[in-house]
Design a protein. Structure first.
Length: 384
């Protein structure tokens, strides 16, 4: 094998007319499963880009307080419903670095609303690695250092401010910590219950299978949204935001496991008759070992793809509950809590930037769906 000047590799071996063109390479047959999965997954461009994007989002969560220029509940009474500010680099043809103009609120006597006028005469350079509102880095280390801050005598509302003068951009970053984490906690509860009950029903069958199936049918027959609302309304209002967050996560996980349990049960019913399962049982392997070592690994690809497709449902569930005022409540910050302030359509028409929290929800849900599609296709590398 030699390399051509244009970068291609050319096989310098003599041509064999009897060679099978479709024959697989020995290296492919001996390759570990994860290498075959990665080869297939990286050809799924949308799934690969979505996976990298989600990885960056979750790596950003511990540092949200450092990236955000303001605290999650930091108010500016003189800039209620302030519009988004643009970051400029040149002033009167001269490069002076990133800066903003200070905004001055003036009363509009025709519309009886406050309007913000930019002072374009004096640029205000943005400060970097500056002191600001205190936060906890990764929820543990107290710090007041921010990546960038508003200049003195000016504001820095990249995506505008809400009805209380709080920075929408900073609140979205802090809200991601709860909105993205609730899906991971919920899916952990859902998968534990779904795999536990589904594997027991599918492996043992009989009366146990009948009882678990009736429980699944009862839970699946209940209307999901009203049941969410009823369970969320039962959470005491005097609980701390952290306690409410974990309860909401557990509620979402408990109500999501029947679908997964039914899939696991159907797969186990077909796998338990395989010869390798019977051989393990004849050699004295316990039921738990057969399930853990022989049955679940053959079903793991479906579980991984199902997890990536279930997390968006958890995020949307928390958003819906918080939007209706029955999930997380202020002073907790999540995307659903922020959308709760944007229920008034007249307010959105006048101040459209208050609906910006919808955008990260849409982007995250689409990214998880694309990632799930890519994993579902690549976890069976032998299909082509």
């Amino acid at each position: 094998m030699t390399q051509h000047p244009d970068g291609r590799y050319v096989d310098d071996a003599p041509f064999d007319p009897d060679a099978a063109l479709q024959q697989l390479e020995r290296a492919d047959l001996d390759a570990p499963n994860w290498i075959l999965v990665w080869r297939k997954f990286r050809t799924h461009k949308l799934g690969l880009i979505s996976g990298v994007f989600l990885l960056l989002c979750y790596l950003m969560l511990p540092f949200a307080g450092f990236i955000a220029p303001y605290g999650p509940n930091e108010r500016n009474d003189e800039h209620l419903y302030a519009p988004p500010q643009s970051i400029n680099w040149f002033h009167e043809g001269k490069f002076i670095g990133p800066y903003v103009y200070s905004m001055v609120a003036e009363a509009d006597l025709e519309t009886f609303q406050w309007k913000f006028v930019a002072d374009t005469d004096t640029p205000r350079p943005i400060k970097f690695f500056c002191e600001g509102a205190e936060y906890k880095l990764a929820g543990l280390i107290k710090s007041d250092t921010h990546l960038f801050c508003a200049p003195e005598d000016a504001t820095l509302f990249l995506w505008g401010s809400d009805r209380l003068g709080r920075d929408v951009f900073s609140r979205i970053l802090f809200g991601a910590q709860l909105s993205l984490t609730v899906g991971l906690i919920g899916i952990s509860v859902s998968f534990f219950l779904g795999i536990l009950f589904g594997s027991i029903a599918g492996y043992f069958g009989g009366r146990i299978d009948w009882v678990i199936n009736r429980i699944i049918e009862i839970l699946r027959s209940l209307p999901e949204l009203p049941l969410w609302l009823a369970l969320s309304a039962a959470v005491p209002s005097n609980w701390s935001p952290v306690a409410v967050f974990f309860i909401i996560s557990i509620i979402l996980g408990i109500l999501d496991w029947p679908g997964l349990a039914r899939s696991v049960r159907a797969k186990f019913l077909s796998l338990r008759e395989e010869e390798y399962v019977r051989a393990a049982e004849m050699m004295g392997a316990s039921s738990g070992r057969v399930i853990r070592k022989h049955l679940l690994p053959n079903f793991m690809s479906h579980l991984i793809a199902s997890a990536t497709l279930s997390i968006p449902a958890m995020i949307l569930g928390e958003t819906a509950l918080s939007f209706l005022g029955l999930g997380l409540r202020a002073p907790a910050v999540s995307w659903g809590v922020m959308l709760n302030d944007a229920q008034n359509l007249a307010s959105i028409e006048i101040y459209p930037w208050t609906a910006i929290p919808m955008l990260p929800i849409i982007v995250i849900v689409l990214a998880f769906n694309f990632l799930g599609d890519g994993l579902r296709d690549s976890l069976d590398p032998y299909q082509q």
